[in-house]
Design a protein around this ligand. Structure first.
Ligand SMILES: CCCC/C=C/CC(=O)SCCNC(=O)CCNC(=O)[C@H](O)C(C)(C)COP(=O)(O)OP(=O)(O)OC[C@H]1O[C@@H](n2cnc3c(N)ncnc32)[C@H](O)[C@@H]1OP(=O)(O)O
Length: 285
């Protein structure tokens, strides 16, 4: 564990981190928590819908509110992480899509679109401290950030085809923004879940570290690498690079919700989701 000497006392990083963090109460919903490091101005946004941070409508709404508050507070960076010790996020909460209430289903997809637009297009630099498994929607959130630090022995990937569903275009663009095209294509069609080591090798994550504390420090170091960069020029550059991906969804937002609703309601898709949910529950017994 890394440590530092302060006033003659040896303090470990967790103590250092705890000492200078204050909660951003306006941004802390029931299912997310935001703390700002007063020294660095970096916000840590923690998903806290245990056990698996399944992205349901409520968590998505909290996430959006938190991201917006972090932007409003002009934080120097946003680190996305999880309150769980083993799961970053299990991706979309399948119960939102299985035998759904139709109105809620639309709101759910709309909320996911808004979270993606806010995170992928954030003016604040973003990084993910991936402290657990990160399938599908979890991988989408992590890949929307500009930098990823992961702990060993977990898995990450867009596994949609394994569930009998198809990842929307904007999930794929996010993946392709991080991975070489051929690797992204192979992984997407296979629904491949990468181990932490594999993810590092292909560039899906930038660094592997042994603990969440180290992951947070690495993310802070990534933000510090912009200390000599003009923040507006930095943001405009990022915006240009991500413009086409975002514009594509912005232009087709309503159609995208309709496509999703119609896809999810197909009997074969409902059957696949039902089987998948059942398999998860059997595994838990
Ligand atoms: C249709 C158009 C596009 C749609 C795009 C979809 C993108 C998505 O995100 S789909 C969701 C994909 N997610 C997954 O495939 C992950 C499934 N979960 C797992 O692999 C594992 O649960 C885990 C590795 C995340 C965690 O494993 P662990 O052993 O720690 O916990 P479990 O015992 O498996 O799970 C605990 C509990 O949580 C329920 N659960 C897990 N994941 C989901 C989920 N995604 N949605 C709803 N519920 C989930 C699981 O059934 C257990 O519930 P019970 O305790 O009630 O049995």
């Amino acid at each position: 564990m890394q440590s530092a000497l302060i006033n003659g006392k040896k303090l470990c990083c967790s103590m250092l981190l705890k000492n200078c963090f204050r909660p951003l109460s306006a941004a802390s919903g029931k299912l997310t928590n935001v703390e700002i490091n007063d020294k660095t101005g970096v916000a840590v946004l923690t998903m806290n819908r245990l056990p698996v941070n399944g992205l349901n409508l409520d968590l998505l709404r909290d996430l959006l509110q938190s991201i917006q508050e972090i932007e409003k507070n002009k934080c120097r960076g946003l680190i996305l992480t999880s309150a769980s010790n083993t799961i970053f996020s299990a991706g979309l909460d399948i119960t939102e899509m299985y035998k759904p209430d139709q109105e809620r289903l639309k709101q759910f997809w709309n909320a996911l679109q808004d979270v993606w637009l806010a995170l992928y297009g954030s003016a604040v630099p973003t990084a993910a401290a991936i402290n657990g498994h990160s399938p599908a929607g979890g991988c989408l959130l992590a890949s929307s950030c500009e930098y990823r630090v992961m702990l060993p022995k977990y898995t990450i990937g867009l596994n949609e085809t394994q569930l009998g569903i198809v990842a929307p275009k904007w999930f794929m663009s996010t993946f392709r923004n991080v991975l070489p095209r051929r690797i992204a294509e192979q992984a997407l069609v296979q629904g491949k879940m990468f181990t932490s080591d594999e993810a590092l090798k292909v560039g899906l994550v930038d660094e592997l570290v042994a603990s969440k504390e180290e992951a947070l420090i690495k993310c802070e170091k990534f933000f510090a690498s912009f200390s000599k960069t003009d923040p507006i020029a930095r943001y405009l550059t990022k915006k240009q690079l991500r413009y086409n991906d975002m514009k594509e969804l912005q232009d087709e937002k309503v159609q995208d919700v309709e496509n999703f609703v119609s896809f999810v309601n197909q009997p074969t898709v409902q059957k696949s989701l039902g089987f998948y949910l059942e398999s998860l529950k059997k595994k838990a017994k």
